[in-house]
Design a protein around this ligand. Structure first.
Ligand code: NAD
Length: 248
């Protein structure tokens, strides 16, 4: 599959989980991929090496997206690599926090919104000058933006904000030929969902899904890669559920 040959892509939070699988899927489809990481430089190196070993092109870039200037730093590095042409931006990096209304602190709340909402917003702002006609932006939303699961109210609110940005950005950028969408995974087997490592946690996840297995990062990455390619050229402003039929 070389549907993305000649394209450049940035995937944030690509050192592990859904971001890692997405970077690999985009590279397999022919894109040159910038593998962003927060602090896990070694893991990012491993992703880059995996891509290069299979004939792909990749570079890593580090930036802490919880800092107000994190997206600006990242965008500067990305421009240094791709020049004036970024085709695909996958804003995937995120943090979650399970806490009751009583337990959640102001610091937790600010961290969640900084990484999950502020960073993608300003990353889009900073990278827009390098995105041209046919470009595409893909956010990572979540099942919990539309349905209640666990004690995730503040995290869920960040993903609700992401879904709102998708619509507003898609409307604002359509004239430039840039599409904006999100995927909304349910429970995916990554570090973020380590509750699935227990039998009870796994059972809890499966009980709300139509399909009775845990999602892998690759299940989500395939849909992101589809949204990035020309077959998805008429999809914009949408959040695509990729959740094995969760909370139907
Ligand atoms: P993960 O914890 O494995 O990966 C998160 C990534 O974000 C990591 O690469 C991490 O380094 C990066 N990141 C976190 N904080 C950062 C910071 N301050 N600066 C830079 N990078 C930072 O989790 P995942 O499951 O792969 O999550 C990827 C995305 O999918 C997230 O946006 C998450 O909210 C969303 N999501 C996950 C699930 C799930 O069940 N795992 C479900 C729905 C949505």
């Amino acid at each position: 599959m070389t549907t993305l040959a000649g394209k450049t892509a940035l995937v944030t939070g690509a050192s592990r989980g859904i971001g890692r699988a997405t970077a690999i899927a985009l590279a397999k489809a022919g894109a040159q991929v910038i593998v962003h990481y927060g602090s896990s430089q070694k893991e990012a190196d491993a992703v880059v090496n995996d891509i290069i070993a299979t004939g792909g092109r990749a570079q890593k870039v580090g930036a802490d997206l919880s800092r107000p200037d994190g997206p600006h730093d990242l965008a500067k590095h990305v421009r240094g690599i791709v020049g004036d042409r970024l085709d695909i931006l996958v804003a995937n990096a995120g943090v979650s926090k399970a806490a009751s209304i009583e337990e959640l602190t102001v610091e937790d709340f600010d961290q969640l919104f900084a990484v999950n909402v502020r960073a993608p917003y300003f990353l889009v702002q900073q990278l827009l000058p390098t995105m041209c006609k046919g470009g595409t932006i893909i956010f990572t939303s979540s099942l919990v933006a539309r349905a209640v699961a666990g004690t995730l109210s503040a995290y869920a609110a960040t993903k609700g904000a992401v879904d709102t940005l998708v619509k507003h950005f898609a409307a604002a950028l359509g004239e430039r030929g840039i599409r904006v969408n999100a995927v909304a995974p349910g429970v995916v087997d990554t570090d973020m969902s380590n509750f699935t490592k227990t039998e009870a946690g796994r059972e809890g996840a499966l009980s709300m899904q139509a399909l009775k297995r845990l999602a892998t990062p690759e299940d989500i990455a395939g849909v992101i890669a589809f949204l990035a390619c020309d077959d998805a050229r008429w999809i914009t402003g949408d959040t695509i559920r990729v959740d094995g039929g969760s909370k139907l």
